[in-house]
Design a protein around this ligand. Structure first.
Ligand code: HEM
Length: 759
């Protein structure tokens, strides 16, 4: 039987539901599960169902019991507007007044309830990781870790529902997605033994070794307290002031300055648990591990100019990308992996301190072993209820997974619950639907703000006889959580171990592991960020840090800053590179990538013929990618082919590759007073907005294909026809084939070779 492609069939399904006309599939992003009528609806009707890609949290009671209630029944219900008490209302547009021009009456309970609730719609944002996006999914264990952990959810073919939230660290809730920053990667597993949270990042190391420094690093990285600028970035004096003085941040800062700081998509990021955890098997034997998430689509990044443009053009780029991919059926996947180390008294591996979260263990020394598969398959039905109210905590553990004495982890074990009391207004946030366990809860915790469970009995204390002794404690046989009984001893001191003093050797290892083009990006990032600092002392001090990583890096950044390059203050430690740290050199699936297809007006105005365009569009869909047709105006080309972007709305940064079907003449609105991108273009041979698209795609290293008269457009845009990744052919489908091959490597890296000093 012929298998239809998941993207196609999902898109067709969505569009079938929406248009009902069996017409050509649209792109993801449809606002609701049925199209609006032109006229305002007047017939009462029940709320629309969610879109097929959306799901709320599973319906469990506040105490972890499956309720069996359909998700629709915990949402708004009924055809008529009511108060919060269920009272039907006749009017919600006018306050109750003494006559049409008279004063408003205090007795207007509806006005008071409506405004009171609105007044309290906002809640405090997270103190860090405020900006994020979430999705539902499922985790399937491979059973490969069952020899070292008794955790039930890691058993073979055990399926566990999950909720994942990705985030940036520094910016406010409304900040842009594509800023240079670490990304959070937090996963809530609703296991049969209680909730397990893996609260990680897309970088395997952290700025600090001890949680007591967390307020310092965050105060330094966030905005200046006097002006509250800049937003969501480290390119300012306080961050580099701190990072230059507190050199244990060197390695994490280097990750941030690398391409990892500007991911192409949440779907294309690795995730790391960062700390070392302790796994425990059924006999009590222990193993140390580090958790990794490996994306099926590979690790890919934006280039810096794209990231900056996107901050203005589409600040929601990453959350849109995630939601669109899920809606289109291109469900993102990661494999969970572990690096495994013997649990020795020193807690080191090959000389690397496993309790120091500023250090990695290179994958070449300890390969990542795959133990399960995560698939994100549904978008939240309500952002606030789910993504905003979800509360992760590193202390949410299950039998078989224990913590280590990493002092960074210890502080986190305190911090998450503490902050959530304020953020979620009281101690009962575990009862919010997205946080509810899928295992029975009998906790003796009582009352407090927003208590939604209706507890019975009279004896929430132990021991008791009045409630028959319930609840009872469990033994290991009943799968109780039992901490590993480790010996603890030592002097009471405020000190770090000697091994924590090495701040540079792994930063150098990372630098040496980068390809030339990745090194160029790192040099540019440091030069940009330090170049935005005001104080010369801050820049000079940081150049001293860079000198301890690598002399070429230091010299190149110093050159950009117009400052002398200092010498290293200590010998540089050379270790063999770790190829696993580089993002370049492999090929990956291009599923869900976005291809822009530039057409003319459908009347032969520089666009080839509409049937041929339709065939290319179809081939893109069949390949599991998302085509966006770009034409001078909206509407349908030739009355059949839907246009998704006009020359006014399109910007190159939305696309992973661009196909150009000819050389479209200037649109009717191509004059600068209307659209600055079109300045001087009314009489040009090709629309200037199209030339801008081509030029940007070219300099961002993306595949660029064309047919028909496209060569004319390329040459007008200053793109050499022979340049790497510029594909000119006779017809769209053959050009598309070559484009897809190139997309497997993400970008055309050899279009702009790195400087000789870096190769
Ligand atoms: C390895 C180091 C760390 C990692 C990987 C990490 C990761 C994360 C992530 C992913 C989130 C966002 C969770 C979400 O999406 O809701 C988060 C939030 C947070 N983190 Fe961390 N973090 C680290 C260190 C720390 C430390 C040392 C502290 C405090 C001492 C801390 C305090 C917080 C707080 C207060 C929040 C906000 C939680 C909330 O409001 O729900 N983190 N962290």
């Amino acid at each position: 039987m012929e298998q239809s492609h998941p993207i196609r069939s999902a898109v067709d399904k969505v569009v079938g539901a929406v248009t009902g006309d069996g017409g050509p599939a649209e792109i993801p992003g449809v606002p609701n599960s049925a199209p609006p009528s032109l006229e305002e609806p007047t017939e009462p009707r029940e709320p629309l169902p969610p879109k097929p890609d959306q799901s709320g949290p599973d319906t469990f009671s506040p105490t972890g019991q499956p309720t069996g209630a359909p998700q629709a029944k915990v949402a708004q219900d009924g055809a008529y507007l009511t108060t919060a008490q269920g009272l039907r209302l006749r009017d919600t547009d006018h306050s109750l007044k003494a006559g049409p021009r008279g004063p408003v009456l205090l007795q207007d309970h509806h006005l008071r309830e409506k405004v009171m609730h609105f007044d309290h719609e906002r809640i405090p944002e997270r103190v860090v990781h405020a900006r994020g996006a979430g999705a539902h999914g499922v985790f399937r264990g491979y059973g490969a870790a069952s020899n070292i952990t008794k955790a039930a959810f890691l058993g073979k073919d055990v399926e566990t529902p999950v909720f994942v939230r990705f985030s940036t660290v520094i910016g406010s809730r409304g900040s842009a997605d594509t800023v240079r920053d670490t990304r959070g990667f937090a996963t809530k597993f609703y296991t049969s033994e209680g909730v397990f949270d893996l609260v990680g990042n897309n970088m395997p190391v952290f700025f600090i070794q001890d949680a007591i420094k967390f307020p310092d690093v965050i105060h330094a990285a966030k905005w200046h307290p006097d002006r509250e600028i800049p937003q969501a970035q480290t390119a300012h004096d306080t961050f580099w002031d701190f990072a230059g003085l507190h050199t244990e941040a060197t390695f994490h800062t280097l990750w941030n300055m690398s391409d990892r700081g500007i991911p192409r998509s949440y779907r294309m990021m690795e995730g790391f648990g960062v700390h070392t955890f302790r796994l425990v098997d059924a006999e009590g034997a222990t193993t140390l591990v580090k958790f990794h998430w490996k994306p099926k689509l590979g690790v890919h990044s934006l280039v810096w100019e794209e990231a900056q443009l996107l901050g203005g053009v589409d600040p929601d780029f990453h959350r849109r990308d995630l939601a669109d991919a899920i809606e289109a059926g291109a469900h993102p996947q990661w494999e969970l992996g572990i690096q495994v180390f013997p649990d020795t008294p020193e807690q080191t591996f090959e000389g690397i301190d496993l309790l120091d979260s500023t250090k990695i263990v290179p994958e070449e020394l300890a390969p990542v072993q795959r133990i399960g598969l995560l698939t994100l398959n549904a978008n939240p039905a309500n952002f606030f209820a789910e993504t905003e109210q979800v509360a992760f905590h590193v202390g949410h553990l299950v039998p078989g997974i224990d913590v280590t004495d990493d002092p960074l982890l210890a502080g986190r074990l305190f911090s998450y619950l503490d902050t959530q009391i304020t953020r979620l207004a009281g101690p009962n946030f575990a009862q919010i639907p997205i946080n509810r366990p899928h295992a029975p809860v009998n906790d003796m915790l009582r009352d407090g703000f927003h208590q939604t469970a209706v507890h019975r009995g009279v004896a929430p204390y132990r021991p008791n006889s009045l409630d028959g002794g319930c609840p009872f404690t469990a033994g290991a046989a009943e799968r109780a959580y039992v901490e590993v009984p480790l010996e603890v001893s030592g002097r009471k001191v405020r000190e770090a171990p000697a091994s924590y003093a090495d701040h540079f050797s792994q930063a150098r290892l990372f630098w040496l592991s980068m390809s030339p083009v990745e090194r160029e990006h790192i040099i540019a990032a440091y030069t940009f960020e330090l170049g935005k600092c005001y104080e010369q002392a801050v820049k000079e001090r940081y150049l001293g840090v860079l000198a301890n990583i690598d002399s070429v890096l230091c010299r190149q950044v110093a050159e950009g800053l117009g400052l002398p390059a200092p010498a290293a203050s200590q010998p540089l430690a050379d270790s063999p590179p770790s190829p696993a740290l580089s993002q370049i050199g492999q090929t990956w699936p291009a599923d869900g990538r976005i291809i822009g297809i530039v057409a003319g007006d459908g009347n032969g105005n520089g666009d080839g013929d509409v049937a041929a365009l339709g065939a290319v569009r179809q081939a893109v869909l069949d390949g599991g990618l998302v085509p966006l047709i770009i034409a001078p105006t909206g509407g349908k080309l030739g009355g059949t082919l839907p246009v998704q972007r006009s020359f006014v709305t399109a910007r190159s940064v939305e696309f992973d590759a661009l196909l150009v079907a000819g050389a479209p003449a200037p649109g009717k609105d191509a004059y600068g007073a209307r659209d600055a991108k079109a300045a001087g273009g009314a009489d040009a041979p090709v629309d200037p907005r199209v030339l801008l698209l081509i030029a940007e795609v070219y300099r961002h290293g993306k595949p660029l294909g064309g047919w028909g008269t496209a060569s004319q457009a390329f040459s007008e845009a200053g793109v050499p026809a022979q340049a790497p990744g510029v594909l000119l052919g006779d017809d769209g489908t053959s050009v598309l084939r070559e484009t897809l091959e190139l997309l497997g490597t993400h970008r055309v890296w050899d279009r702009f070779p790195a400087a000789a000093s870096l190769t």
